[in-house]
Design a protein around this ligand. Structure first.
Ligand SMILES: [Zn+2]
Length: 334
């Protein structure tokens, strides 16, 4: 079985147009009505997604909202909360339409500079009422501004407490952003790497929350490529403080998905972090859905790269395709 742990559902685009209209209003009390649409319209919006995924060998997809779905940079908590709830409800309805293909992951009503305590209630609702088994976490709710502390900071502890209480993992994934220095290409993996580095250099988080499960999206950002440099810093720190754990131990606290679109990078990821830390993910459909004219395959047909790695055993392949996901997402049913 192939479990794809990284995918997004869009739903009807007119829903976002309605939300964007609200974001453009001024005043604190934006009245957020329910944006209604039929199951037929939802099904229609899923059509291309279903066609693309069915050709890729994936049996089950863990689907969360699109990265830009929640306006975390808005300063009105009630608006953020209501948009998040409606987007999560849309994901739950999509899962209900295709229970054999989809399992739900939620978005959280994160707000820049405000304690993620606000997220606890929605997290609980998603798990108990919508049957979600994990969450997408935006490491930079400030959308390119520096308003939120890094993910090793105790600022995040109210969220970590809730994640551990319900045993729901968090996929670290870039969100909306409002600055022009970087395109999405750079911003996402940079913020995911920033989050990963923060957790790697603050192993206290995993002493305080030994059962916290964090997956760094898009192959761990640039972490696998730069571990040598990180090791340099860590060895120097260990010389000053012998109680400091090794970088290898720190890397082992985290998980990494395989959302990388070339052979060399996937092999590097698995070699550096280890088979037991890798979860299959495709981010399908998204920008990687483009066909590589050289191979005739979509770039995000990730299975082709993993199947081509000769040094992986059958047990290794099982772990990456299914076994690790089942361990990490304990709420995933058989
Ligand atoms: Zn994604």
């Amino acid at each position: 079985m192939i479990i794809d742990t990284h995918a997004h559902i869009s739903g009807p685009m007119e829903m976002y147009e309605y939300f964007r209209g609200l974001a453009g209003t001024s005043g604190g009390g934006a009245a957020v009505g329910k944006f209604a649409f039929s199951d037929e319209r939802l099904e229609e919006s899923l059509k291309d997604h279903m066609v693309e995924v069915s050709g890729a060998g994936t049996d089950l997809q863990l689907v969360c909202p699109r990265p830009w779905a929640v306006p975390t940079g808005d300063r009105r908590a009630p608006l953020i909360l209501e948009v998040t709830r409606q987007v999560n409800d849309m994901v739950a309805r999509s899962v209900k339409l295709h229970p054999d293909r989809f399992v739900g992951l939620g978005a959280l009503p994160q707000r820049a500079g405000v304690s993620p305590k606000l997220c606890a209630e929605e997290l609980e609702r998603c798990v108990k009422e919508l049957g979600f088994i994990g969450f997408k976490i935006n490491p930079d709710p400030g959308e390119g501004a520096a308003e939120s502390p890094h993910m090793g900071d105790e600022y995040w502890y109210p969220l970590y407490e809730k994640m551990v209480e319900f045993d729901v993992p968090g996929l670290i994934h870039g969100g909306p952003y409002r600055f022009s220095r970087e395109p999405e290409l750079g911003y996402f993996v940079t913020e995911e790497s920033v989050a990963g580095w923060a957790l790697l250099r603050t192993p206290q988080v995993f002493k305080d929350f030994p059962n916290l499960k964090i997956i760094i999206g898009h192959g761990g950002g640039y972490i696998p490529y730069q571990v040598g440099r990180a090791k340099g810093f860590r060895i120097a720190e260990m010389a000053r403080d012998p109680s400091r754990e090794s970088l290898e131990e720190s890397l082992h606290h985290l998980y990494y998905d395989t959302v990388l679109y070339n052979q060399e990078s996937i092999e590097l990821l698995i070699k550096v972090v280890g088979v037991d830390r890798c979860l299959f993910g495709s981010d399908k459909p998204a920008n990687g859905s483009v066909i590589d004219p050289k191979t005739g395959h979509a770039l995000n047909d990730i299975k082709q790269y993993i199947d081509a790695i000769e040094w992986l055993s059958e047990a290794d392949r099982y772990a990456i395709y299914e076994g690790n996901a089942r361990q990490v997402y304990s709420r995933l049913k058989e």
